[in-house]
Ligand binder design. Structure first.
Ligand SMILES: [Zn+2]
Length: 373
């Protein structure tokens, strides 16, 4: 049997080490991209949003008036317009709020450039060893922690407010589906444990995250006590950004490893998505961090399932996964109380761990949905 080939989009991210001159040019490209975005957003605010093509023509004119716009990478400017177009389309389809102006004080500043091949066969973006060639910037050292496979589509250069530079490389790669498996699991996402799996395994959040959450809370309190825009306020803000960055990296790493493991080991993965939406309303820090993790986790599972030919079954509808006895189907309303961690089914007498029972219900409900579809 031939396996289906899928074109998968993949992103690589590496630390970038530009020299002094390159740093200046990166700042200019970032600044000009932001200028273009804000300039045309202001125009759209005055006089309704036109189309990308119309603004693109206006951009060509603008570049003749403002010579300094010629200095940075031209794709950076075009892509800023494309981003604005996307932001407006999202607004028109009521997916997002009205686009906002971009501020210099963003946590991350970036611009995106595209790869193209000239008639001669040479390209504007190339990788050679641990150096990458970028338009206008030339060759820059980067820490290549893995090989970049596939066809490069575009590259984003970013600078954090902790003065670190990164390069994100988007590629398209031909992939083969994994061999089909019989295994299926149900997953209950939670606050106490990150996830509980229907086979009885409980997956905790990485322990070091707790340490960073405490640090973030402490720095937030300290920031609140400082005078806004003072030197110390900026110092604390920078520290806070660093800790956030570290925590985010640890979280991402954990979510990638866990989602890949699930995808490799199982053909069918069932989970509830309602919970993620519900919990988003909660403003508590620990919960809001979990929310981010959950939606990222679902996102990773979604695209990895697509890449490798697995089935992800999302249970959207209201489903009483915690209250149903997985053995006999009896619905025990008392279990609504979140404090109840263990319970005995009044009907069949089976003793349940709250979360394992829930994940087993998610599995059987998911398999039902999969069969029906
Ligand atoms: Zn029962």
């Amino acid at each position: 049997m031939t396996k289906k080939k899928i074109l998968r989009k993949k992103g690589y991210k590496f630390r970038l080490y530009p020299n002094k001159k390159q740093k200046i040019l990166i700042s200019k490209s970032v600044g000009c991209a932001r200028f273009i975005y804000n300039h045309f957003l202001a125009k759209a605010k005055e006089d309704d949003y036109k189309t990308y093509t119309q603004y693109s023509k206006q951009l060509t004119k603008l570049k003749k008036e403002l010579m300094w716009l010629k200095e940075p990478d031209k794709f950076a400017l075009q892509n800023a317009l494309k981003d604005l177009d996307k932001a407006f389309n999202n607004f028109f389809s009521s997916k997002n709020e009205f686009p906002k102006f971009k501020s210099k004080k963003n946590i991350k500043n970036s611009y995106r450039t595209n790869k193209f091949t000239r008639k001669s066969g040479s390209t504007n973006i190339e990788i050679n060893g641990s150096k990458i060639k970028l338009p206008k910037l030339g060759w820059i050292k980067f820490s290549k922690s893995q090989e970049v496979k596939g066809k490069i589509i575009n590259v984003t250069v970013s600078k954090t407010n902790t003065d670190k530079y990164f390069v994100s490389i988007a590629v398209k790669e031909k992939m083969e589906e994994l061999d089909k498996k019989d295994n299926a699991v149900g997953i209950d996402l939670g606050l106490k444990e990150f996830a509980v799996i229907s086979d009885g395994k409980k997956i905790a959040n990485p322990r070091v995250l707790k340490k960073y959450e405490k640090k973030i809370a402490r720095l937030n309190r300290s920031l609140a006590r400082k005078e806004k825009d003072s030197n110390n306020w900026y110092k604390t803000k920078k520290k806070l950004a660093k800790v956030h960055e570290k925590a985010a990296n640890i979280r991402k790493d954990f979510l990638h490893k866990f989602s890949t493991k699930l995808i490799c080991e199982n053909q069918t993965i069932c989970l509830e998505t309602l919970k993620v939406k519900n919990m988003l309303k909660n403003s508590n820090l620990a919960k809001s961090i979990s929310d981010v993790s959950w939606s990222k986790f679902v996102e990773y599972l979604e695209y990895k399932a697509e890449w490798y030919g697995r089935d992800l079954v999302k249970i959207d509808t209201y489903f009483a996964s915690s209250q149903l006895c997985n053995n006999c189907g009896y619905k025990n309303e008392e279990v609504k109380d979140l404090k109840i961690r263990k319970w005995k089914c009044p009907e069949c007498g089976v003793i349940h761990d709250r979360d394992i029972n829930a994940s087993k219900n998610i599995l059987s409900e998911g398999l039902k949905i999969k069969k029906a579809s």
